[in-house]
Write a protein that binds this ligand. Structure first.
Ligand SMILES: [Ca+2]
Ligand SMILES: [Ca+2]
Ligand SMILES: [Zn+2]
Length: 430
């Protein structure tokens, strides 16, 4: 088994040495480790993929709530070039929010046949404003390391995640998306051995057991420093990965998505899919190209070309521009079921409750509300719920005076929704 893995590594390395090939994502290395140690790997995958696929299909009506994920960026540098600027990191956050929100300028390049399934995910990312101790933070940590590169022949993918091995310890992985940025270059040839990698959530139904982080504190995303943000001047192998979309792809994995070709290995690629209905089946990864003629599997009843626009392929980043509706549903399913603390323990959301004033309270008829000290908040929907959780009123017209004359006396919950957050208050109707 060890020999098979060694052969795999050598083939990856020789491929890198012999061409412009670049290993896009550490998934292959991780998966090969799994296959070597678990003979049931393929069977397990096909059984559990069904569950998430069922969920994605059945979730056509999904909550419209925006899920905002607090991010901490750990910049680990050995020299100043690797010590990326705050601006570079903000640029990466913009790329993520554009791609996940389908606000990217290149949506115009999505082919007509895929427009009906191209989706905003309703997921946003922001730099954490509070550290785990509750102190204000920029959401960026900077650590100088004595490690020239975190590439190593043992392919230990976690050394940047621990202070004891030249990296930096995670912030509470349940409350923050940790992104470590460091050098992953192979010495001498000076090409990254992978551009990035991510850990899927523990227990996600479409991943085999053992796919998640080996230790809880290793959960998160790692990026090679040269693929962070927009890099229009990148050359050689990095020219096809110059749009900051390694992060988009890896966070897709972190939120449970598989590669659109389903990671077939030693099988007919068309017999293995990603568990997502609206990504057409395809046999293998694109190789950093933009081949719009690629059509590797016959679909029925309608045959589609390979969806090379999808962020979960290995296409040239310049022709990636979409997630699908069911990928969005699958990621939201993962947030709701496996990573719920990312959104539930959001301190900024809790603080917002103090930003809205209700008056008079109690009231017999008119209830007024007012946003206090946060001029940028635009409330786009208000819901009034009974104490047993039934929605009794929805107000979407921005009115700041609500007539409650027809409500039965009692205690009610009033929820204010704005882009990126919601806040709940209570009032008493007399
Ligand atoms: Ca599919
Ligand atoms: Ca096809
Ligand atoms: Zn990947």
């Amino acid at each position: 088994m060890k020999r098979a893995f060694l052969f795999f590594l050598l083939s990856v390395l020789s491929f890198q040495l012999s061409s412009q090939y670049i290993e896009r994502c550490g998934y292959e290395i991780h998966k090969q480790n799994r296959i070597n140690s678990d003979s049931d790997y393929s069977t397990k995958r096909s059984l559990i993929e069904q569950q998430i696929s069922n969920h994605a299909v059945n979730s056509s009506v999904r909550s419209s709530e925006i899920y905002r994920i607090p991010v901490v960026i750990h910049v680990i540098y050995n020299n100043e070039t690797q010590n990326l600027s705050d601006d570079k990191i903000l640029e990466q956050l913009d790329v993520l929010n554009n791609d996940f929100g389908r606000l990217n300028e290149d949506t115009i390049n999505t082919r007509t046949e895929f427009l009906p399934v191209a989706a905003s995910t309703g997921i946003e990312f922001y730099l954490a404003q509070w550290d785990p101790q509750g102190n204000p933070t920029s959401g960026i940590t900077r650590t100088q390391t004595n490690q020239a590169s975190f590439f190593n022949l043992q392919f230990d993918l976690n050394r940047m995640k621990s202070a004891s091995t030249g990296g930096v310890d995670a912030w509470d992985v349940n409350q923050y998306l940790n992104i470590w940025i460091c050098n992953l270059a192979i010495p001498i040839i000076n090409t990254p051995f992978i551009l990035g990698f991510a850990t899927p959530p523990e227990g996600a139904p479409n991943w085999p057991s053992g796919s998640a982080a080996e230790e809880a504190n290793y959960d998160g995303v790692v990026l090679h420093y040269e693929v962070v943000g927009e890099n229009p001047n990148a050359t050689g192998a990095l020219a096809s990965v110059n749009r900051g979309r390694t992060a988009t792809h890896e966070i897709g994995h972190y939120l449970g998505l598989r590669h659109i070709w389903g990671d077939a290995q030693g099988q007919d690629g068309c017999e293995v899919d990603d568990g997502i209905e609206d990504t057409p089946n395809c046999a293998d990864a694109q190789q950093q190209t933009c081949d719009f003629n690629s059509n590797s599997c016959l679909d029925s009843p309608t045959d589609f070309p390979d969806q090379i626009e999808n962020y979960m392929d290995y296409s040239d980043e310049n022709c990636m521009n979409m997630f699908t509706i069911q990928q969005a549903n699958a990621m939201r399913f993962v947030i709701e079921n496996f990573r719920q603390d990312l959104i539930l323990t959001n301190r900024e959301q809790n603080n917002l409750s103090n930003s809205i004033k209700l008056f008079p309270n109690p009231t017999a008829d008119i209830l007024h509300w007012q946003v206090l000290n946060s001029a940028n908040i635009v409330i786009n929907q208000i819901q009034i719920l009974s104490v047993d959780g039934r929605i009794v009123r929805i107000i979407s017209d921005g009115s700041t005076s609500i007539n409650l004359i027809d409500l039965s006396p009692g205690i009610y919950c009033i929820k204010f929704h704005a882009i990126g957050f919601e806040s709940s208050l209570r009032f008493l109707k007399l």
